[in-house]
Ligand binder design. Structure first.
Ligand code: PMP
Length: 310
């Protein structure tokens, strides 16, 4: 039986013991930075492939710098902690790995980052599909605008800024759509609520600039690399207007949880033929091999962890 464990206050403990006080700064103010990393189980090799783990921890530590979260771990330490927790848990299936650095001080009415204690915790949970759909999903343009870098820096995963994503996702799902696409204040396309966005048009791949208030997505980088190397496509980073999505040949979203997800409609208008377009289908298939350690050219993206059942 796999065990539910957490890394908490410097050691691995049963998940029930990983508890914080109601006084915790991060609980009140969203002063945390997290990551979402996938561990993909390869049953043929009895190995968990942790996908692009170093890049996720690089981004976590960038977020820590922004929020003055002082945690005593390097990227190497965080990778070792993750590997140790996976092995100790004995989970032999796909997992979601959730590291969280947070302001742990038990104080209320303290609106600053400096001289406020920080801590780091890590949990691992079994995880399947994030967006359940074999085909293409339906998206709407959210009435909630993507928050700007002048409000909360969106390029890293700051806990508090997920209120913006959650408002947009909730609105979309309650209105019958699968996902929301958020625009910036000036109407430029930013991203999904937990995914970056790409559009196929004129034989090229187009994606909004990071300066359009996107998270600097790791799957975005994978899709970009695969499109260039495997499909010989040019990738253009530029401002995209909402109406361009209606006229695109294909639109897809990228994210650790969402993988490469085809978008079949935007605001009830079919994108292209309304199904899974050919570029998206090819990228999705190569990406699915790469994340599970089944593509020789992309093994450097996979960190292998051999797991004995607990
Ligand atoms: N944008 C947002 C807002 C996200 O939460 C995520 C998921 N981490 C992404 C984009 C995609 O990033 P990544 O590919 O690094 O998971």
């Amino acid at each position: 039986m796999a065990k539910s464990l957490a890394f908490f206050q410097g050691k691995i403990v049963p998940i029930e013991q990983a508890k914080v006080s109601v006084m915790t700064h991060a609980l009140h103010y969203g002063t945390g930075v997290f990551e979402g990393i996938r561990g993909n189980w390869n049953a043929g090799r009895d190995t968990m492939y942790v996908f692009r783990m170093r890049e996720h921890y690089d981004r976590l530590l960038q977020g820590c710098r922004m929020l003055m979260l002082d945690i005593p771990y390097s990227v190497d330490d965080l990778c070792t902690i993750t590997e140790d927790l996976i092995k100790a848990s004995g989970i032999q299936q796909d997992v979601y790995i959730r590291p969280l650095a947070y302001k742990s001080e038990e104080l209320v009415a303290n609106l600053k980052l400096h001289e406020v204690a920080s801590d780091f915790t890590l949990i691992i949970v079994p995880f399947g599909d994030y967006i359940e759909s074999d085909g293409a999903i339906s998206c709407c343009t959210s009435s909630w605008r993507r928050m700007d870098d002048t409000i909360i820096p969106p390029r890293v995963k700051i806990s508090g800024h997920y209120v913006n994503s959650i408002l947009a996702k909730t609105e979309a799902v309650l209105a019958g759509f699968d996902e929301a696409i958020m625009l910036n204040q000036d109407g430029g396309v930013s991203e999904g609520t937990g995914e970056n966005l790409f559009m196929v048009s004129g034989g090229k791949l187009h994606t909004p600039l990071v300066a359009e208030n996107n998270l600097v997505g790791i799957t975005r980088d994978c899709a970009w690399t695969l499109a260039t190397k495997e499909l010989g496509m040019e990738v253009v980073e530029r401002t995209i207007r909402r109406s361009e999505l209606y006229l695109a040949d294909e639109v897809f979203l990228t994210g650790t949880a969402a993988h490469i997800t085809p978008v079949g409609s935007v605001d009830s208008r079919p994108v292209g033929e309304g199904g899974v377009g050919p570029v998206t289908a090819k990228l999705r298939a190569i990406y699915a091999q790469a994340v599970r350690g089944n593509h020789d050219d992309y093994m450097h993206w996979c960190h292998p962890v051999s797991v004995e059942p607990a």
